[in-house]
Design a protein around this ligand. Structure first.
Ligand SMILES: O=C(O)CCC(=O)C(=O)O
Length: 403
């Protein structure tokens, strides 16, 4: 089966038609210039040339990922600084036992090694097993995954091997606690009075016995090495296209294979060096709203491993609130006269809108109030001075073939 690879490369775009045995190149697969940025390959089935998207990639850049020791005395301030600046940080001394992550990694790897037809038995869109297709609106990447709804002590996945389900349950119970602790540190770092500090935490951790509680998901992503030949200057294939997470907080753990990149506020992509002993914390859209823009929902993406590299395996816990939770700036954070940057919505409303959108859409856009747009424009003017690279356009759809 042939696959079309679209590439673009500093001043030129190419279309490469590639099978395992032969590759053909045509110029001008995309008319848009990418200036200095590109170097990532989008793999796609044959679609009209005009519809083939550009995928941009940063210049090589040293990782600018803050690291916070969660057990250190200054952790609250460091967490808040990281969330204001980048919206993302590496958490060390998080307390999740390595035995849990090792067990989950081994069982997930065994699951992904099953024949495709066996994995499909665990498929129950939009949850369950999936490959290539991300969401219901045409976004795809070079990966396969398991996406599950979780609640304390229950991973909703009847069709998964029981040992994998048990490992996921134990892991998510531990990681939920890390997310909750980090939310308390965030509240502390934001200067919220001690007696109100539990408010963010309570949004993602249901009181014992509460059935209508938070909306939590866990996702296990497997990115096999991609057999796509890369031209000089190209850096990889899209594993997971650029996006922000809609929830409040995401907690990510990966094996030793890199590929995750985050976008810095000035629009540069930087790689996140993998560290299986650490967790990575990600501010989601809802937390950006709850903090009235003080914390930044970070845009991120994954480049799939190249041929010859190890597979990437990542597990992400997404802490979202109950469907009826009102998402609006926390009153205790608002200064006198401060306006909300967003119109109020519930998590159910936002989730519905997110499900209808494309991965790279600016999902908060429709909820922004005019004041927010003005402030964002001012921020962008500020960030795009002199040597800053322009932020890329919203991520386009990518179609990939994993099997
Ligand atoms: O696999 C990763 O490292 C990150 C994937 C991701 O961003 C997601 O699943 O939302």
């Amino acid at each position: 089966m042939s696959t079309i690879y679209t590439t673009n490369n500093c001043k030129r775009s190419q279309l490469i038609l590639c099978s395992r045995s032969a590759c053909f190149t045509t110029n001008e697969a995309q008319k848009r210039e990418t200036d200095r940025l590109p170097a990532m390959v989008a793999i796609t089935v044959p679609i009209s040339v005009d519809a083939i998207p550009l995928v941009k990639c940063a210049h090589a850049a040293a990782a600018a990922v803050p690291s916070v020791d969660l057990s250190a005395p200054g952790a609250a301030a460091a967490v808040a600084d990281a969330c204001r600046g980048v919206g993302f940080f590496k958490a060390t001394n998080h307390g999740v036992p390595a035995a849990l992550t090792d067990a989950l990694e081994a069982r997930a790897a065994a699951f992904f090694a099953l024949p495709h037809k066996d994995k499909l038995e665990a498929s129950a869109r939009p949850l369950g097993y999936g490959s290539k297709s991300i969401g219901c609106n045409g976004d795809v990447g070079w990966l396969e995954y398991i996406l599950l709804s979780v609640g304390s002590g229950s991973v909703a996945a009847a069709s998964l091997p029981p040992s994998l389900r048990a490992a996921l349950e134990e892991y998510t119970d531990a990681v939920r606690e890390v997310g909750a602790r980090v939310l308390e540190l965030m509240a502390d770092g934001l200067g919220i009075a001690e007696e109100r500090r539990g408010e963010l935490r309570r949004m993602v951790v249901a009181p014992a016995g509460d059935k209508g509680g938070p909306d939590e998901l866990v996702r296990v992503n497997h990115y096999p090495p991609c057999p796509c030949p890369l031209a000089a200057g190209q850096r990889g294939v899209t594993g997971f296209g650029e996006h922000t997470d809609p929830q409040i907080i995401s907690v990510l753990r990966s094996n030793r294979t890199g590929g995750l990149q985050i976008m810095l506020p000035e629009g540069r992509w930087v790689p996140v060096a993998p560290d299986p002993d650490s967790l990575f914390i990600n501010v989601g859209d809802s937390l950006q709203v709850l903090t009235n823009g003080r914390f930044r929902s970070v845009k991120h993406r994954v480049v799939a491993p190249a041929e010859g590299q190890q597979s990437r395996l990542s597990v992400i816990y997404f802490g979202g609130p109950a469907p009826t939770q009102r998402i609006a700036p926390l009153p205790e954070l608002m200064r006198e006269g401060e306006q909300s940057l967003y119109r109020e919505f519930t998590w159910a409303e936002y989730k519905k809108a997110a499900y209808k959108s494309r991965l790279g859409d600016h999902r908060l856009g429709p909820f922004e109030l005019p004041a927010a747009v003005t402030q964002e424009a001012t921020k962008a003017d500020h960030h795009c001075s002199s040597n800053a690279v322009q932020p890329p356009a919203p991520a386009p759809p990518h179609v990939a073939r994993v099997h």
